[in-house]
Design a protein around this ligand. Structure first.
Ligand code: FCB
Length: 463
């Protein structure tokens, strides 16, 4: 359990300036540096080459679901710009590229026949990365579930777990020998809570009971996939990616502290406890009451199947208040264009805590980055806030490493400006600017900064 009173005290001191990463700071030679994207957010080609419909294709058609009424039909047209985008990735000098497979592109109904043209796209992607000396980090589920499976209950249906295992095996059979890592799910909390409880992400459901069941099924399908892949001889490293944050109390009042503890239970311990100890936290089960998931005999032990790595996505801290009155803008900290506080020390805090409270395998930051209102002027995008954000968060990873946390890598979200889910194209997270009218890519200053930073790291490594 985090020392919440201590956390609250620390909150009062957080107006420290962003610390640039010391240019001479040395990360381990085998530390993996990367950039990340996901299929639905960049590929476009929503109907091309026999691709099936995903729940996000469908969700985008719901009036009012997406800012600006946009959708993923074209996005960054990455599907048709593969070679150019691969060159772009390689030009940054990264070690790794994290991408996801669109399940309905490779298996349109989520079961039954595979789509050779969809599989071929990912084969060209993986081979193209390897040819350029970049390691492929593949995610199986970055949210775009085949809509045909949603029609059969989606993640709330136990049968979907078996479909997911078959899908994992199919991808492994095609690409497994060339991958550096396979992530099962990206951010199960987001799928479950934002997609099934709040209804603001696909599939747009609003039921706490369903959301709790979905979270259990995501964890279980993750572990079943790990077991099946290993039984099939998979030697690629396997893990899951969680969105984690420190949850601070808005004040030292008992009520705010209790609320912070519950939110920590729902965001962090709900996932970490089953994955590492095979049990759900008692306080959250009590809070859920009749909404708690149906768990079958053996499920919990299965979920605790050992992983080769754990991925963390970090953007900001969270602050909990009992009456829901806390607003990010009131803290005095600078905000990103998402309205999220810029809070780099929270990343060190999360990493130290994971290391302290659970027997974690090597840890990767699999996403970290920020949206700002970038402007392309005379062929350049000056984004000093993003440079400062990245530098400060990389320094925060360095601080965790220096304190003994087994950090193995860091990936920037995102390579490209892209479809930011319910925010549509209005929020730009890329270190590369995308002009959506022309599909022109332009390196922002942050991409140049990251490239130069990586170059210095490699020089250190060679020296
Ligand atoms: C994460 C998602 C990623 C992106 C960032 C900003 O929750 O995994 O796709 O949208 O947020």
């Amino acid at each position: 359990m985090p020392p919440l009173v201590g956390a609250w005290r620390r909150n009062r001191q957080v107006n420290a300036p962003l610390l640039p990463v010391d240019p001479h700071r040395r990360f381990p030679d085998d530390f993996v540096w990367g950039v990340a994207t996901s299929s639905f957010q960049i590929e476009g080609a929503a109907m091309a080459d026999c691709k099936g419909e995903s729940i996000w294709d469908r969700f985008c058609r719901q009036p009012g679901a997406i800012a600006g009424g946009s959708n993923g039909e074209v996005a960054c047209d990455h599907y048709h710009s593969l070679e150019q985008d691969l060159d772009l990735i390689a030009s940054l000098g990264v070690d790794a590229y994290r991408f996801s497979v669109s399940w309905p592109r490779v298996q349109p109904s989520g079961q039954g026949p595979w789509n050779p043209r969809g599989l071929d796209f990912y084969e060209r992607l993986v081979d193209g990365l390897l040819a350029r000396g970049v390691e492929p980090y593949l995610t199986l589920n970055h949210w775009d579930l085949p809509a045909a499976l949603q029609d059969q209950g989606g993640w709330a249906a136990r049968d979907t777990l078996h479909r997911f295992v078959d899908y994992a095996l199919g991808i492994h059979a095609k690409l497994g020998d060339r991958l550096a890592a396979i992530t099962t799910h990206n951010e199960p909390w987001v799928i479950s809570t934002m997609g099934h409880e709040w209804g603001v992400f696909a599939p747009g459901l609003k039921s706490r009971t369903t959301a709790a069941q979905v979270s259990h099924h995501l964890l279980l399908s993750h572990a079943l996939a790990l077991q099946a892949l290993r039984a099939a001889g998979c030697r690629t490293r396997l893990g899951i990616v969680l969105n984690l944050a420190p949850i601070h109390a808005a004040s030292a009042s008992e009520a705010d502290l209790a609320s912070a503890r519950l939110e920590d239970g729902r965001l962090v311990r709900w996932y970490m406890e089953p994955l590492f100890h095979g049990r759900y936290p008692a306080d959250v089960l009590e809070f859920l009451g009749a909404d708690a998931p149906h768990v079958e005999a053996g499920d919990m032990a299965t979920i605790a199947t050992p992983m080769d790595f754990l991925g963390i996505n970090y953007y900001s801290r969270s602050v909990a208040s009992a009456d829901g009155s806390w607003r990010a803008g009131g803290s005095g900290l600078a905000l990103t264009d998402m309205g999220w506080e810029i809070y780099p020390s929270g990343l060190t805090e999360v990493l130290l805590r994971l290391h302290r409270d659970w027997p974690v395998p090597p840890l990767y930051v699999k996403e970290n980055g920020a949206a700002f209102r970038d402007e392309l002027v005379d062929g350049a995008v000056h984004d000093p806030e993003r440079v400062a954000y990245l530098a400060a968060h990389i320094a925060a990873v360095g601080d965790a490493l220096a304190q003994g946390v087994p950090m193995a890598g860091y990936m920037v979200w995102s390579l490209l400006d892209n479809f930011e889910w319910a925010s549509g194209y209005e929020k730009r997270f890329g270190i590369v600017h995308v002009d959506y009218a022309t599909q022109q890519r332009t390196l922002k200053d942050s991409a140049r900064w990251y490239r130069d930073f990586l170059q210095r790291q490699k020089q250190h490594a060679r020296a």
